[in-house]
Design a protein around this ligand. Structure first.
Ligand code: SF4
Length: 467
């Protein structure tokens, strides 16, 4: 039996791609295993957003290939200790592949540092992975030299339509990839290079996929795209003032069995009144918005090529709060972008205070080779970046604590996802705002919408009992 372990780095798009590859491999007769120790084939689905993420994956691939050269199992190398014997019965490692963003970004150059890597498959080639593994295994079975490495990173029209199969995981809540690529070219970002131009999947195919998920018991879908609210702008017409993305939301909202809809990540530039209005009209659309702002300074937004102003961003937030006062906001922020002054950072801080984000991913800027901002250097000292990072993290803790505490004593509608990792008979679900809720439950609760009376709150989680 060919046993494949897929290790995923990076974002939810990557998670979704890995799940689709797993489903395609299963269909082809491969077994998908949960740990490296059980696998004889390991695929690393990689992230290129930061140089560090690429180095981490290259280091991992190097250790796996060394394990194979020594005739060891992958698990023997996880600590980097080549003297560790493989666990009893563990299969020797046969194939190692790198797929996804780093494969796309570096292509055949990966073989310079990892010459015995078997497979390099880019972001438009996930659906080719089963064929490539079949061919590599056939080469291994033939007597003779090791089969040559396969490098497959060409663009492929229609490849966005191939990310549609689901493995059996995440049954209650499922990611659905609706488009690929990004035409925005923010100066700090490598994604346009790794994911290519915006390409939308046909609306009916997405609706069919969600309907099939609902038939399998999925209650919530999270629509994914690098620029999710730009879905189909090039491919499909606006109808009655509604963008293709709004039309898609309406169709999914009408599907029986689906209780909740979320999406990530939208861009403020395409967040128009028709989309805001969905929060009044579509009852399944959750009041949970991740809206990356990156900076509160117009000067820095321009340098980042973000194509909106702080005022426009704040107007969107205001309109969304007017549509639904319970709206929960999260965001991405970069501190220390080249040229960011104290005054620029003050602008970010005042925007952060105005929105009172519940959740935020705060990144300290580091130059990314291959991006337009690389030429701007790295002008903000490390200590200043760290200070700005800490100030924002402090604010975030204050806001998320306050908003969680305000929910103690209320009843939240919770979609139950799984047993809590902490055990103790606790189960984990999420309210409509996406907040994690823990409560004592049973396995029969998974997949149900329950009303939970909130009794305690921390910065990250609400705790309660069934009301
Ligand atoms: S919108 Fe900007 S940050 Fe987001 S993926 Fe596109 S280029 Fe990158």
């Amino acid at each position: 039996m060919n046993r494949v372990f897929i290790k995923t780095y990076g974002c939810q798009m990557n998670e979704r791609d890995s799940d689709a590859v797993a489903a395609m491999l299963r269909e082809r007769g491969y077994a998908i295993v949960d740990s490296e120790a059980e696998a004889d084939i390991i695929l690393l689905n990689t992230c290129s957003v930061r140089e560090q993420a690429e180095q981490k994956a290259i280091g991992k691939a190097g250790r796996l290939l060394k394990a194979r050269r020594l005739g060891l199992n992958a698990a023997a190398m996880t600590t980097g200790d080549s003297a560790t014997p493989p666990p009893p019965g563990a299969p020797p490692l046969r194939l190692v592949g790198v797929i996804g963003c780093m494969a796309q970004n570096r292509g055949a150059a990966l073989l310079d540092s990892l010459p015995d890597l078997d497979l390099v498959a880019g972001t438009q080639k996930f659906h080719r992975v089963p064929d490539h593994l079949d061919n590599l295994l056939a080469g291994l079975r033939a007597l003779g030299p090791r089969p040559a490495s396969i490098v497959d990173t060409e663009g492929e029209p229609g490849s966005q339509n191939t990310i549609s199969a689901h493995s059996s995981h995440r049954a209650v809540s499922a990611f659905v990839s609706i488009m690929q690529g990004c035409d925005m070219n923010c100066t700090y970002c490598i994604v346009p290079k790794t994911r290519g131009r915006e390409r939308a999947r046909p609306m009916d195919e997405i609706v069919d996929e969600v309907r099939a998920l609902a038939e399998r018991g999925t209650k919530e879908v999270v629509l994914l795209g690098q620029l999710v609210n730009h879905y189909g702008l090039r491919e499909f017409p606006t109808v009655d003032g509604k963008s293709p993305f709004v039309q898609l939301l309406e169709k999914i909202n009408a599907l029986d069995g689906i209780e909740r809809i979320r999406f990530t990540s939208p861009h403020p530039a395409g967040f128009r009144a028709d989309l805001v209005d969905c929060y009044r009209r579509l009852p399944k659309l959750c009041e949970d918005i991740h809206l990356p702002v990156q900076s509160g300074s117009d000067r820095i937004l321009r340098a980042m090529r973000r194509t909106y102003t702080r005022e426009r961003y704040l107007r969107i937030v205001e309109a969304l709060r007017a549509a639904n006062p319970a709206m929960r906001f999260s965001t991405d922020i970069i501190v220390g972008f080249p040229g960011e002054t104290d005054a620029d950072f003050e602008e970010t801080l005042s925007l952060f205070d105005a929105v009172r984000f519940d959740m935020a991913f705060i990144f300290k800027y580091s130059p990314r080779s291959g991006t337009p901002a690389e030429s701007l250097g790295d002008t903000v000292p490390r200590e200043i970046k760290e200070l700005r990072n800490q100030i924002l993290l402090g604010r975030l803790e204050t806001f998320s604590n306050a908003s969680h505490r305000a929910l103690v004593g209320t009843v939240r509608e919770v979609l139950v996802e799984c047993p809590s990792r902490k055990g103790n008979g606790l189960f984990m679900g999420r309210d409509r705002g996406g907040r994690k809720v823990l409560f004592p439950g049973t396995s029969g609760d998974v997949g149900r919408l329950l009303n939970i009376h909130v009794e305690k709150a921390t910065t990250t989680v609400l705790m309660g009992t069934v009301a």
